[in-house]
Design a binder for this molecule. Structure first.
Ligand code: ADE
Length: 226
């Protein structure tokens, strides 16, 4: 079982994504355990503060080291962690390859930033991996963490059944997924490609491969040269 601990100042943002659909099923089947920790519970002053003005001046608050330290130290005393991930726009861009890699780990911590981010010394002291989910800025790390957890947990053995197998996903072989069709065989004058109705599995496989290649060449030629 993979254990994921998420540290956040807005834990409510993370309740719904993990209590539905595949992520809920993974937890029900004890294939993953996701714990969300409210950083404010680890604040030490009367105001439960977790941020402060930045040295050198400038707009925006910075998350202080002590509450993060208290939370991480408590978790580390309970078990060993393979990675402590900080989600931040200046991290390494998240891709399927990284999701595959993280899915092989046992215990990970994901630290969500807010405001201007966390004190650099916390990054230097604890963080082993910094991930961005793309070149845009979110108002906090929670939605980025939810995306990473979703992409990782669905890869754990036993989470998906045959019908939803991750092996045929886009990106797993550097190709986008092929076009897919279901009933009816004709809709608004648009027909399902004949070959898919043929029952000839070799021809179907070839058609899907071709469809994936055409799509990738049209939409993401960069993947083909990777
Ligand atoms: N926090 C704010 N923006 C983010 C992004 N693009 N990726 C990861 N964490 C973030």
């Amino acid at each position: 079982m993979m254990r994921i601990d998420i540290i956040s100042v807005v834990p409510d943002l993370l309740s719904s994504p993990f209590s539905n659909s595949i992520l809920q099923r993974a937890q029900d089947k004890s294939l993953a355990k996701i714990h969300v920790h409210n950083l404010r519970d680890f604040a030490t002053d009367n105001y439960k503060s977790v941020d402060d003005y930045q040295y050198g001046g400038g707009a925006g608050m910075v998350m202080t080291p002590e509450p993060i330290e208290a939370c991480i130290e408590k978790l580390k005393a309970e078990r060993n962690y393979d990675e402590i991930i900080y989600v931040t726009p200046d991290g390494k861009t998240f891709q399927q390859r990284l999701a595959n890699q993280i899915s092989l780990q046992q215990n990970i911590i994901i630290l969500c930033g807010h405001y201007k981010g966390i004190d650099q010394r916390v990054r230097d002291e604890y963080v082993t991996m910094e991930i961005s989910i793309g070149d845009f800025v979110l108002s906090g790390g929670e939605l980025a963490a939810a995306i990473i957890v979703d992409a990782v947990v669905r890869l754990l053995p036993g989470v998906l059944n045959d019908e939803t197998s991750a092996l045929t996903d886009s990106f797993q072989d550097n190709l986008l997924a092929p076009a897919v069709y279901t009933r009816p065989p004709e809709w608004r004058g648009r027909k399902v490609p004949e070959v898919l109705l043929s029952g000839n599995f070799k021809a179907i496989d070839e058609w899907r491969q071709k469809s994936a290649e055409i799509r990738t060449a049209e939409r993401r030629p960069d993947l083909l040269s990777d």
